[in-house]
Structures are given as structure tokens and as C-alpha cells.
Design a protein around this ligand. Structure first.
Ligand code: DUC
Ligand code: ZN
Ligand code: ZN
Length: 466
């Protein structure tokens, strides 16, 4: 069946233009000058709306076991919320823990997602134990499983942590097989010392989560990762959830030298702060405990991150969606901030929150689409199937209403969380209609998708490497 999306303004990575978009089955068949397309059996009036590629969230953790509990969104609830918010593909992190077989970890994530996802999905692989077997497995995942990116941790000793030798070996492997190394860049052993000292002084409130993870320890780890990648013959490196000015400086310097270094940031670092959220009275700040942490409003982090997005020193905005409820989950850290499970849930709100950046004059329309859809598709080997409105691409399409208004609240969100990190936030824009592979799954506030319709997307190598 064909659908003509008529009268809208298509926004791609090169900017907006008026056009009609013809969808045939699961893909985009053609793009027409306004009024020139064939009226199919179905016409969607996109007058006054932006027509953008379905957004891609390249960093989520649905039902992830972490911090003594499990992220509260299942693949069902989390991908439904994502869809309602205009995200039509997620890339979640399958996990290999120390001592486990990588392929077993991957099989466990395929089992979790089977018949659960409302939208398409791929996996990165967390390698929690770099050794001969897991290095060999990396080759197999790239060659046969459609997994072309591997996350390593310089933080969380005893959980996911890799030492510098392990990191170097994984980077050398990635240099050989073309994969991307994604790095959680914080100096974990140094952070653990600061955490212990803070607790010994009786500093137990959530704000100390941020104060014991100073930006210097993010910048140092970012710099070390960049140098290790250099030693590994310029292995491609992608810094996840970059939060701080000094870390951004390291990425910028490497990119200025033409290095294969990329970075993402997340909405929480663009808008929220250590003082206003993490430092909220009592235990309230636990809602915003995540790692990397929110940064001080008295420094220039947020302005620097917005600028980094404009200059492409930051290439992508992902959510690092890792939701926990206050009740029974965040509450595990009452009296000891180090026991608060780390994570914030935003998978439903990223498209809106970044559109507010357009309204505020911080991003162009083209850059909005690029950072939330096109670049993630290219970075993670899904382009041009995903991330672009073009003939032959999957018909993952969002109609976005710039005249609409979105009010974020726990009362109305669809994520499985008992609070919202964005409670009361108002956005000057609204997701109006969402198509996933040609099927309208959300329109005018009504959701018509279903669990199990989402398909696994095997990924190729990153487009950004030569
Ligand atoms: N950071 C978080 O806040 N949660 C999950 C893992 C991570 O690195
Ligand atoms: Zn991380
Ligand atoms: Zn993460």
C-alpha cells in the first residue's frame, strides 16, 4: 500500500525543503516537488509540519542489570515510549561480564528482545572481560552478527572495568576488523578513592556522586583513551556520554589533528546541572544520579556542549537511557550515594529536548536532524537504510509540529519510571505522527504500534572511517 505524506517541509542533514514523500510498503519510494506526487489510497496531510527521518537513539539500556537492580524499562515499555517520542530505532548494549562468553551475552540480549520491541533495534556489545576469547569473539560479531561497535569502561572497577592493557588490545583488534571502540571515559580507580574519602567524612547525599567524579577525571580518561587509540594505529574511538568542557577539549584537539575520534553527549548534560538537580534538597537529587555526572552551572559546560554540537566536535546526541524508579531502586542509596543506581531515563524526550535547542537558536534544523538521526545512522553503520528521507530508505518518518507544545510529566510519560527527570518541562514543538517501516504507529496522541513488530538491524561498519 502507498501513503503520500503531503504538504510538509522535509528536513534532512542539508536543511529544510518543501516536498511530498511517497511511501510504498516499508520503504520510501520517491520524493516529489509539492503537489506533484500521485495521490495514493492514503494521504497524510503534513501541512505546517516538519517531515524528518525517524530518530535513532544510539545509546540505551533497557532492562539492564546494574547497581544491584535492573533498569526499569523493558524492551516493550522502553521502545514504546521511544516510538511515541519520535525515535524509530534504538541501539542497546548487550553485555559480556567478566568470565562470560561474549556470544552467550549476545544471545541473552536477543532473547530479551524477542517479540518485545515496538521499533527496530540493534546492539553494541559491552566487553567486560577483554581476553583472548573475547578478542576473537569481536571478529565473529563484526563478521557474522551485525555488531560493529564495542563498549569498554575505564570506570566501575570490579564490574565492567578494563585496564589500559586490555583497552589497548581491544583497540588493536578494532583497528584490524574496522569496529568502533565506544569508551566510558572516567578514571574509575581514582573516583573510587574520592568516593571512599567522601563517605568517611559522612558526605552521603546524592550531590556527592557528582563531586566525587570531577571533570578532570573525565578529561584525563578521555585523553588517555585518545592516546591509547593513537598507539593502536588510530583505532576509531567514540566517547560516550561526554559531559564536561575539559573532556570536550581533548576530543576537539584530537579531531583538529584529523584523528578518528568522535563523541556524543546527552540531553541531561545540555540542560541539567549539579546544583539545580543533583543538589536538590534531601534525597531528591538521586533522580539525577548518572555517570558521567551532571556538571556545575558555575562553569561553562552546557554552553560548550551546545557549541560542540554546532561545530561537530560532538557528533551525536543519545540518551544513555537507563531508567530506575525512586521507590525500591534509587532508594537503595538512602544514606550512601554510592549505592544509588546510576541512570536517567529520557528515551521518550530526546527529539523534543533537542528541538527546543532549535527554538532557542542553539542548533539549526539541519543539525537537529543530523545529531539525532542521520549521524547516528552513519556512525553505527545503518545508513542509508535509516537516518534519512530518501528513496529506498526505510519509511521511518516523523511528522513534527512546530506549533505544538509538549509538557513533560510522570503523569503523561510512557516510560516505566515513577518520576520524570524532566518534570514540568515545556517544549515548543510536538511529535505529531510516527511511521516505522511504513506503518503509522503513533498519530495525534494515539498509539497503534505493538510489541514484536520491531526488527533486529544488523549493522555494517561506520561510514566515517576511511
Ligand atoms: N552510566 C549510567 O549512568 N548508567 C548506566 C551505565 C553508565 O555508564
Ligand atoms: Zn557509560
Ligand atoms: Zn550507557
Amino acid at each position: 500500500m502507498t501513503i503520500l505524506i503531503k504538504g510538509g517541509t522535509v528536513v534532512g542533514p542539508t536543511g529544510p525543503y518543501p516536498a511530498d514523500v511517497l511511501v510504498d510498503g516499508e520503504t520510501i519510494a520517491a520524493i516529489f516537488a509539492p503537489g506533484r506526487g500521485p495521490e495514493g489510497p492514503e494521504v497524510i496531510d503534513a501541512g505546517g509540519k516538519y517531515v524528518i527521518p525517524g530518530a535513532i537513539d544510539g545509546h540505551t539500556h533497557m532492562q539492564m542489570p546494574f547497581g544491584g537492580t535492573e533498569a526499569s524499562d523493558t524492551f516493550d515499555t522502553g521502545t514504546r515510549a521511544a516510538a511515541i517520542g519520535g525515535t524509530t530505532t534504538i541501539i542497546d548494549f548487550a553485555i559480556q561480564r567478566y568470565g562470560e562468553v561474549v556470544q552467550d551475552g549476545l544471545a541473552a540480549w536477543h532473547a530479551k528482545t524477542a517479540d518485545q520491541c515496538h521499533i527496530d533495534y540493534g546492539f553494541h556489545m559491552i566487553v567486560g572481560g577483554v581476553d583472548d576469547d573475547s578478542l576473537k569473539a569481536m571478529d565473529q560479531l563484526v563478521a557474522s552478527e551485525g555488531i560493529t561497535s564495542f563498549k569498554l569502561f575505564m570506570a566501575y572497577p570490579g564490574v565492567f572495568y578494563s585496564d589500559d592493557g586490555q583497552i589497548l588490545r581491544a583497540m588493536q583488534k578494532a583497528r584490524d576488523n574496522g569496529a568502533l571502540i565506544m569508551m566510558h571515559a572516567e578514571n574509575g580507580p581514582a573516583i573510587d578513592v574520592l568516593v571512599k574519602q567522601a563517605l568517611e567524612r559522612g558526605e552521603t547525599d546524592p550531590v556527592f556522586h557528582g563531586l566525587t567524579r570531577p571533570q578532570e577525571l573525565e578529561a584525563e580518561a578521555t585523553s588517555r583513551a585518545i592516546w591509547l587509540a593513537s598507539v593502536a594505529a588510530d583505532c576509531p574511538l567514540y566517547i560516550v556520554h561526554l559531559s564536561a568542557s575539559k573532556a570536550l577539549e581533548q576530543v576537539k584537539a584530537a579531531r583538529d589533528l584529523g584523528r578518528n575520534v568522535f563523541a556524543e553527549t546527552c540531553p541531561q548534560y545540555l540542560y541539567l546541572t549539579l546544583e539545580d538537580q543533583l543538589g536538590a534538597p534531601g534525597f531528591e537529587g538521586a533522580k539525577w544520579v548518572c555517570s558521567t555526572p551532571l556538571r556545575s552551572k558555575h562553569e561553562n559546560h552546557r554552553a560548550d556542549l551546545w557549541q560542540g554540537l554546532r561545530t561537530n566536535d560532538l557528533s551525536v546526541v543519545s540518551t544513555d537511557h537507563c531508567p530506575f524508579c525512586m521507590k525500591d531502586q534509587k532508594e537503595m542509596g538512602l544514606g550512601d550515594f554510592s549505592k544509588i543506581p546510576n541512570g536517567i531515563g529520557s528515551v521518550e524526550h530526546r527529539v523534543d529536548l533537542l528541538y527546543q535547542g532549535v527554538v532557542d537558536g542553539k542548533l539549526s534544523l539541519a543539525r537537529w536532524v543530523e545529531t539525532i538521526a542521520t549521524t547516528p545512522a552513519r556512525m553505527f553503520g545503518m545508513y542509508p537504510k535509516k537516518g534519512i528521507i530518501a528513496p529506498g530508505s526505510d519509511a521511518d518518518i516523523v511528522l513534527y509540529d512546530p506549533a505544538g507544545r509538549t509538557r513533560i510529566s510522570v503523569e503523561t510519560h510512557h516510560m516505566n519510571m515513577d518520576y520524570s527527570a524532566w518534570e514540568g518541562w515545556e517544549i515548543d514543538g510536538k511529535v505529531d505522527t510516527v511511521l516505522s517501516r511504513g506503518e503509522v504507529i503513533a498519530s495525534g496522541g494515539t498509539y497503534t504500534g505493538r510489541a514484536g513488530r520491531g526488527k533486529y538491524v544488523p549493522r555494517g561498519l561506520s561510514d566515517y572511517l576511511i
